[in-house]
Write a protein that binds this ligand. Structure first.
Ligand SMILES: NC(=O)c1ccc[n+]([C@@H]2O[C@H](COP(=O)([O-])OP(=O)(O)OC[C@H]3O[C@@H](n4cnc5c(N)ncnc54)[C@H](O)[C@@H]3O)[C@@H](O)[C@H]2O)c1
Length: 310
């Protein structure tokens, strides 16, 4: 029992700052045992989770005094938001704390895919010399990046791309053409079809919703240049995985990097298995030493403020 219950991993320094102010229960694997979690929430005023804890009706019923819900991350898909709103629970995401990590991941993935030089370690160490195969890599300078979704992360990607002397296209129907976000980042605002047709590298930074599910399916992938590369570090479901796999296998796309998937972990029999020129990472684009520390300290500070106000 604690006034604050932390049900998933949180940086120790941030936990200490909470302990200094309130009785705090910290069990990083508590999310794995819902009955124990529910029992621990009996007198709790604040709960802190990552993305493993299901904050559903049963959990909320077990936490009658809950006023504050801190999320060590951004997506709120594991949280029943309408139920929290009905209970007037203050839901606090760690907005922006991992945006630089995601933006750097995207630029590194695009550079790796365009250059194509880094997959021969074992071969070179064993005396192989695959120069002929690997001298065809491409520079980022002068290439065009297309950024779909020009929010916090999309704009940070634009600033990094500018440093690599890339041309920048952006598509975001919710940001007015007159907004300074475009001019400050030297980004040309275009429609999605034009972006897909012109970009050498396309990167997605939209939320997942009815409007964006399948945003890049077979017809959209067909608009891309055959040597262009695609990065999805937004949400699984924005890209149609079967259509992407088919495009890569047929050589209709130069390469892709996916950090997020329709189902995580990727299930057996996924069309992505064995596909060429495809980099896969297990939803880690936003997770670095620095972002973890920022996420934890931000949530600790904001939960303390919220508790002081309720
Ligand atoms: N892989 C990771 O580890 C990781 C980490 C953090 C965030 N994310 C994901 O990155 C994505 C972007 O995060 P953010 O913080 O930049 O969000 P944000 O809210 O700041 O920006 C999202 C942008 O998408 C735009 N948008 C909405 N619908 C669109 C559409 N149909 N076409 C084009 N643009 C559209 C919005 O106008 C907004 O500007 C989210 O899906 C988030 O869940 C992933």
């Amino acid at each position: 029992m604690g006034q604050i219950v932390i049900a998933e991993f949180m940086e120790e320094a941030a936990v200490e700052s909470l302990r200094a102010a309130h009785h705090t229960l910290y069990q990083p694997r508590l999310f794995e045992d819902p009955p124990a979690l529910h029992a621990a929430l009996a007198g709790a005023r604040a709960l802190i989770v990552r993305n493993q804890t299901r904050v559903d009706a049963a959990l909320l019923a077990a936490a009658p005094d809950l006023k504050v819900l801190g999320r060590l991350g951004v997506g709120l898909y594991n949280i029943d938001l309408p139920a929290c709103q009905a209970r007037r629970i203050d839901v606090i995401p760690a907005s922006g704390a991992n945006a630089d990590s995601v933006a750097e991941y995207v630029i590194l993935a695009i550079g790796t895919l365009l250059r194509g030089a880094f997959g021969a370690t074992a071969e070179v160490a064993a005396g192989g010399w695959p120069r002929d195969r690997l001298i065809g890599g491409r520079e980022m300078a002068g290439k065009t990046i297309g950024i779909v979704g020009f929010g916090d992360i999309g704009r940070r990607v634009a600033r990094l791309a500018e440093a690599f002397r890339m041309r920048i296209l952006g598509h975001d129907p919710l940001i007015a053409a007159t907004h300074t976000d475009w001019t400050e980042t030297r980004t040309e605002m275009v429609g999605l079809e034009e972006l897909l047709a012109r970009a050498d590298a396309v990167t997605l930074h939209v939320p997942l919703g009815p409007e964006t599910r399948g945003l890049l399916s077979a017809p959209q992938l067909a608009l891309m240049k055959p040597d262009a590369v695609l990065v999805n570090a937004a949400r699984g479901g924005v890209v149609d995985e079967a259509a992407l796999a088919a495009a890569l296998r047929a050589g209709r796309l130069g390469g892709a990097a996916l950090d997020v998937f329709e189902t995580e972990p990727v299930p057996a029999g996924s069309p992505l298995a064995g596909v060429p020129n495809l980099l896969l990472t297990p939803h880690v684009a936003g997770a670095t030493v620095e972002s973890n520390a920022r996420v934890s300290s931000l949530i600790a500070a904001r939960v303390l403020v919220a508790l002081a106000m309720c």
